[in-house]
Ligand binder design. Structure first.
Ligand SMILES: Nc1ncnc2c1ncn2[C@@H]1O[C@H](COP(=O)(O)OP(=O)(O)O)[C@@H](O)[C@H]1O
Ligand SMILES: [Mg+2]
Length: 371
């Protein structure tokens, strides 16, 4: 059994222990288990025995080919973070996340239970218009969540410590942004000094143009989500739902750019990694692009400022992703997790070529249109 527990037993027994804790009827046989699928970290099961359908998730013992190990604080920050994000997101847009969420963490038994939000219309069967509409809905939601105050203090990914949930850094956003911008500038410089060939003159010019325009004074910290991969979007016939977030306290444009960059560039170019091989994103590039287009439309609406700050952040995502690839190539060997996430060195090399080529062609048209 690849389920995180210190006991010996079957999957059915572990599922039943969780159902019992929740006062739900137990399953009699293995044939009653309805598996919904699995991500990198959890197995998900449909529980149909209560008034509303629920999803039970059990954490895996092995993720990315590595033993996970029981870490109370990490599991608590994951689940208490998901709970807080679901509640917060539902305030920005009712029903976008599961309404019900509860969890239990112990060495013997750890699980989450949440409302089932339906089955996803796969990328492969979405029409262009449908994908664009999902994107618009997502963009409007990202814009709406930016208007809410963060219910949690701190900055960055969440940490659970002494019974409290907060951002892992205790820093003021206006001092954090310049530091981070400096790091991005250094990464860009490293790329420009590398032996790789691309339109370096143009990229330097883009950096000089865009980086000083990075928004700082206007920004405030919001409670948002870094993991909006299609596996964690449930595209139902009438609306989009978000599950399994990776919550973060950060600025709005940075996380909006993360989504745009991932749909335009990450997923289409990471299809050959073990992490994403099942999703075959290379077959759905058009749909991913339509979702990104729709997202920009819904997020920016009529705001020139938002369009500009989004553009700067998307440029920086390109820079940092290309830089990460360059650094991985400098290593003698990759560890197993790096290989699963990024692929073999030859694949990383190929992807880096694509990334720097895109950087060289990074569009500035939006900017011109605004002037
Ligand atoms: N609340 C839910 N409603 C509908 N489907 C869900 C729900 N939670 C999980 N699933 C399904 O189970 C899969 C794996 O669950 P997920 O929480 O994403 O696991 P992981 O943490 O490993 O990524 C999802 O991709 C989705 O298909
Ligand atoms: Mg997931």
């Amino acid at each position: 059994m690849n389920i995180l527990t210190n006991t010996v037993g079957t999957e059915l027994e572990q599922i039943n222990k969780a159902l019992d804790m929740e006062g739900l009827p137990q399953l009699k046989t293995v044939s009653e288990i309805t598996s919904l699928g699995e991500g990198a970290w959890h197995y998900a099961y449909l529980v149909n025995s209560s008034a509303e359908p629920l999803v039970l998730r059990l954490p895996k013992k092995i993720a990315y080919d590595k033993e996970v190990g029981f870490n109370y604080d990490e599991l608590m920050s994951d689940y208490a973070g998901t709970h807080a994000y679901y509640q917060h997101a539902n305030k920005a847009k009712e029903g976008i996340c599961p309404k019900y969420f509860t969890f239990f963490v112990s060495e013997e038994l750890t699980y989450t239970i949440e409302s089932y939000v339906g089955t996803s219309v796969g990328l492969g069967v979405q029409t262009n218009d449908q994908s664009r509409r999902y994107g618009i809905e997502l963009g409007e939601f990202f814009s709406a969540i930016e208007k809410l105050e963060s219910p949690l203090s701190g900055l960055g990914y969440l940490k659970w410590s002494n019974g409290c949930l907060s951002g892992e850094l205790d820093m003021d956003i206006h001092s954090f942004i310049p530091q981070e911008t400096e790091e991005y500038s250094e990464e860009l410089e490293t790329l420009l000094e590398s032996d790789y060939e691309f339109d370096k003159k143009r990229v330097r010019h883009l950096g000089d143009e865009l980086i000083p325009k990075r928004s700082n004074e206007e920004e405030r910290l919001i409670f948002t989500n870094q993991d909006t991969s299609p596996e964690n979007m449930i595209f139902t016939q009438d609306r989009i739902h978000i599950i399994d977030p990776y919550p973060i306290i950060y600025t709005g444009p940075s996380l909006a750019a993360n989504l745009v960059f991932n749909y335009q560039t990450t997923f289409p170019t990471f299809y050959n990694t073990k992490r994403y091989e099942k999703q075959r994103y290379n077959r759905h590039i058009e749909q991913l692009k339509k979702i990104a287009d729709g997202f920009i439309e819904g997020y920016v609406q009529d705001s020139v400022e938002k369009r500009d700050s989004l553009q700067v952040e998307v440029f920086l995502k390109h820079v940092t992703m290309a830089y990460t690839h360059l650094q991985l190539l400098k290593k003698d060997t990759l560890n197993r997790e790096q290989e699963i996430r990024y692929g073999l060195k030859s694949q990383i090399e190929n992807r880096l070529e694509i990334l720097i080529e895109r950087l060289g062609k990074f569009p500035l048209e939006h900017k011109k249109a605004a002037e």
